[in-house]
Each structure stands twice: as C-alpha cells, then as structure tokens.
Design a protein around this ligand. Structure first.
Ligand SMILES: [Zn+2]
Length: 160
C-alpha cells in the first residue's frame, strides 16, 4: 500500500497502544504486512518497472509528505502524539528501507534481509490495473478508518 495508508494506520495503532510504545511499534511493523496483504494498487503497479521514474518518485514523495502533514495535524497537542509517531515510523520503515538508496539495494540483496524483502513483495496480491476503484478504494477505506480512529474523542484520560 501507499505511504499514506501505512502512516495513518500505524499512527492509529500507536494511539490505541499509547501506554505501550514498544508494543505499538511491534504491532505497527506487523500491521504493515496485513495491510499489504489486502488487495490494492500502488502507482508503480500501474506504470510498471519501465514507467516514468521521476513521476513515480514525485507521486510517492507527495503521498508521503501529505500523509506526514495530515498525521502531524491530527496529532497536534495530543498526549498520544509521541507513541503514534513512533508507531508510524515503525509501520513505514520496511518500505523506506526497501526504496531509499543506498539502503534499498543492500536491503534487497543482503542475506539477512533479502528473504524479508522477497516475502514482503510476495504477499501483495496483484489487482488488475483496470480495477483501480478496488485497488485505491481499499486504501481510501484504510485511510478513512485511521483518520476516524485518530480523531475520535478520548473516552477518558486514563484510557488514552
Ligand atoms: Zn509494504
């Protein structure tokens, strides 16, 4: 899934596990793979390996930056802000490691991480590119639920 889905869902995970930052980080890391297992489309699925690289990087960067800004806005002044940000980083780290040079090529080829990279990509179901309503719809639903979870009022100071 795209960064926006992962960042917001991980942030919501962090809010839910606010009292347990390490559990929040672990849950967000694991939840990344659950989200990737849901049928979805990413822009690079549409353009393919030979697509316009600058455009793909631009879209991915814009998606990432916009999600960070939205997350920052949703977490502004909240007591669970630190844990939610920590979880958001944990929930997106695998895609950052996978993508950003010079770590990406190393992450894909070193024996200690290559298996994780292969598995990460193998679990992602291929949605036909003409089924973009499903492919992006599932991500829109993830984002909507995550924003709602981040926005909902605290039940009590003790609970959140
Ligand atoms: Zn992923």
């Amino acid at each position: 899934m795209m960064s926006s889905s992962h960042l917001l869902a991980s942030g919501a995970t962090g809010r839910g596990l606010n009292r347990h930052p390490w559990a929040a980080a672990a849950a967000a890391f694991g939840f990344h793979f659950v989200l990737d297992f849901i049928p979805h489309l990413d822009p690079d699925d549409i353009w393919g390996d030979t697509g316009p690289l600058a455009l793909m990087i631009g879209v991915a960067t814009a998606d990432f930056v916009l999600a960070c800004v939205l997350l920052g806005f949703l977490l502004r002044g909240k007591p669970w802000r630190r844990t939610a940000l920590w979880a958001a980083l944990s929930g997106i780290i695998i895609d950052l490691l996978n993508t950003i040079p010079p770590i990406g090529p190393w992450f894909k080829s070193w024996w200690g991480t290559a298996w994780l990279d292969r598995w990460h990509h193998a679990i992602q179901p291929d949605v036909p590119t003409d089924a973009y309503l499903i492919g992006f719809g599932t991500q829109a639903i993830v984002i909507a639920i995550s924003v709602w979870l981040l926005l909902r009022p605290a039940r009590s100071p003790e609970r959140d």
